[in-house]
Design a binder for this molecule. Structure first.
Ligand SMILES: Nc1nc2c(ncn2[C@H]2C[C@H](O)[C@@H](COP(=O)(O)OP(=O)(O)OP(=O)(O)O)O2)c(=O)[nH]1
Length: 191
């Protein structure tokens, strides 16, 4: 049994589908404060630091898994949109550009990080018309307000892209394949 330090439905779904026994407990931490202390850090370093902070934020006897995803488009970091209007604005900014989606994971045991892994996917956003953006948000808001990049790839988010390079789980919010390898190494999953 492990603890998933996350409120993320996508991360829970991934672990459930993979057959990992876990208990989910949200990590109570100020992500913005951690980031503020990392001026000049690369996006993969920020995602890794946040994943590690989440894994350390939950006290448990079992191994604690934390994960974080962030999106960079055109050298600008985009947080989750606060409302539908901001979601539309983000999508207009993404139109025709390449999105870097960084998803990192970390595992802590007895209050120490014992494993961590950064991963990145590159998603080419096609030219999005204003009409498409409105129809897309009619169908996908407010659900996509909880997702970095304003999309759920398993739903209509797939219509945003004409090319995706990278592992599907990294896109969904956590590099599951390396996580499963780490859990096997820790004896939490059968070899
Ligand atoms: N369903 C779905 N969710 C996605 C997709 N891409 C990203 N996400 C979600 C996974 C995470 O819940 C969220 C990334 O935001 P964060 O890394 O800040 O995690 P979140 O605040 O949701 O939960 P946590 O910090 O782990 O408690 O976006 C996708 O394609 N489909």
């Amino acid at each position: 049994m492990i603890v998933l330090a996350s409120k993320s439905a996508s991360r829970r779904t991934m672990l459930e589908a993979a057959g990992v026994q876990f208990e989910a407990r949200a990590a109570d931490l100020d992500e913005r404060a951690i980031e503020a202390g990392m001026a000049g850090a690369r996006p993969d370093q920020i995602a890794l630091a946040l994943a590690e902070a989440k894994a350390l934020a939950v006290t448990a006897d079992e191994p604690v898994l934390g994960s974080d995803s962030l999106v960079v488009v055109g050298n600008r970091r985009f947080d989750k949109p606060r409302d539908r209007a901001e979601a539309a604005e983000h999508l207009r900014q993404f139109s025709g550009k390449v999105m870097q989606l960084h998803s990192a994971a970390a595992i802590a045991k007895a209050g120490k990080v014992v494993w961590s892994h950064p991963a990145m996917a590159m998603l080419s956003v096609r030219e999005l018309s204003d009409d498409f953006i409105e129809r897309y948000l009619d169908a996908e808001w407010p659900e996509v307000g909880y997702c970095v990049g304003v999309f759920r790839i398993e739903a209509r988010g797939v219509q945003l892209f004409d090319r995706i390079e990278g592992d599907q789980f990294t896109v969904l919010g956590m590099p599951l394949l390396p996580v499963l390898g780490a859990l096997r190494d820790l004896g939490e999953l059968p070899q």
